[in-house]
Design a binder for this molecule. Structure first.
Ligand SMILES: Cc1ncc(COP(=O)(O)O)c(C=O)c1O
Length: 382
């Protein structure tokens, strides 16, 4: 992983762990069978591999294998959870509560549902990105179907108070859907004990391949009915038809096992590197942290450099380091981040903020090189 540019955009996507690639390779060629082929050994072998991966992924999030639905990634899982729930309602009316700092995958689905007659409340956040839990409680109505709140923010790394939100939703008899794409594999997540009813995540955020993801649908308390969004052969309990992506699923299973084994050590190591980077850059005049340093993912630092023409900063350092100033999924627009704007930053402050997200292959030497590249660029811009 060494060389230039240095990769500090692990929240956008992670490289596949070499062990993941190794586990996947036979499933492209030797074991290429269709996991739904019930009549021969090629199919049985593929199915067996999917069964094992399902168990390993379920165990990473404290779930049972029959609570795992394989999809192509978190975006699809989010669509299945939210649109699927809306579409089984007897009338198009109902109410969903979400938060202004959610990923566009959630906010855009909310917009779509609004256009179909659903009422949507988007809760504001304070300057650190926190949601007001009393306000959340107050917004719940008799027709509220779901609270959609993410586990950890992709831009700032900030955690939502998941147990409190799940308690509020439970007391009100409302479903709690959590986009946990940035949390699973990085910190211990236990969907069942944390009272999450549905949860979305992708393999490519946890050192697995792109094109594989999961929707967890909890089975403990109540049966959750969803309308499928893709019809066909009835795969995945009729919720997500289509031939399973066996290599991707095997890779996601292996990635889950590696994350389980390495998570504790990795987050301590990355917190050390992140603090080294963050503290050096915070020494520069006028630089401040976006978020709440006591309540965030260990590998993320989102810093506001508060300089005019701050978008030039990214360009100036881009030959040395790959970082971003927003979500990869909306960065094509070059618009200031909706997350930072919801936290009260001006357009200029949002555009001159950078998200540094570290990962498994980040070294101390890389952090020092990036620190001096950013310091140099700021000095030139000022
Ligand atoms: C928090 C969060 N949710 C959802 C998504 C969408 O995930 P995917 O692109 O894997 O479908 C992302 C991707 O950046 C994300 O960070």
């Amino acid at each position: 992983m060494s060389g230039y540019p240095i990769y500090l955009d692990y929240n956008a996507t992670t490289p596949c762990d070499p062990q993941v690639v190794e586990a996947m390779l036979p499933f492209f060629s030797t074991h290429f069978g269709n996991a739904a082929s019930k009549s021969h050994a090629h199919g049985w072998y593929a199915e067996e591999a999917v069964v094992m991966a399902r168990e390993d992924i379920a165990s990473l999030i404290g779930a049972s294998p029959n609570e795992i639905i394989f999809t192509s990634g978190a975006t699809e899982s989010i669509n299945l959870a939210m649109r699927g729930l809306a579409e089984v309602q007897p009338s198009p009316h109902g109410h969903i509560i979400t938060v202004a700092t959610e990923h566009k995958a959630v906010l855009d689905v909310c917009e779509h549902l609004r256009s179909k007659g659903m009422d949507v409340t988007v809760l504001p956040v304070n300057g650190a990105g926190h949601v007001d839990l009393d306000q959340l409680r107050d917004e719940i109505r008799p027709d509220t179907l779901m609270i959609a709140a993410m586990y950890a923010n992709n831009e700032t790394g900030l955690f939502h108070p998941i147990r409190e939100i799940s308690q509020i939703s439970r007391e009100a008899g409302v479903l709690f859907f959590c986009d946990a794409n940035q949390a699973v594999g990085k910190i211990p997540v236990n969907a069942r004990s944390e009272g999450i009813d549905m949860m979305a995540f992708s393999a490519h955020k946890m050192y697995g391949p792109k094109g594989a993801g999961v929707l967890y649908i909890g089975k403990r308390d109540k049966k959750i009915d969803l309308a499928p969004q893709i019809f066909g052969g009835g795969h995945e309990r009729k919720l997500r038809s289509g031939t399973l992506n066996v290599p991707g699923i095997v890779g996601m299973g292996k990635a889950a096992l590696i994350c389980r084994d390495r998570m504790a050590d990795e987050s301590v190591r990355l917190a050390g590197l992140r603090d080294r980077l963050r503290n050096s850059l915070l020494n520069i005049d006028g630089v401040r942290l976006n978020g709440d340093e006591n309540n965030m993912l260990a590998h993320v630092a989102n810093l506001c450099f508060d300089i005019n023409g701050g978008d030039r900063l990214l360009k100036m350092i881009s030959r040395m380091v790959s970082v971003s100033n927003g979500s990869a999924c909306s960065s094509v627009t070059q618009a200031p981040s909706h997350v930072l704007k919801a936290m009260g930053l001006t357009d200029m402050q949002a555009l001159s903020s950078i998200r540094f997200s570290l990962g498994r292959f980040t070294s101390e030497a890389e952090i020092d090189i990036v620190t001096s590249a950013v310091c140099d660029a700021i000095a030139r811009l000022r």
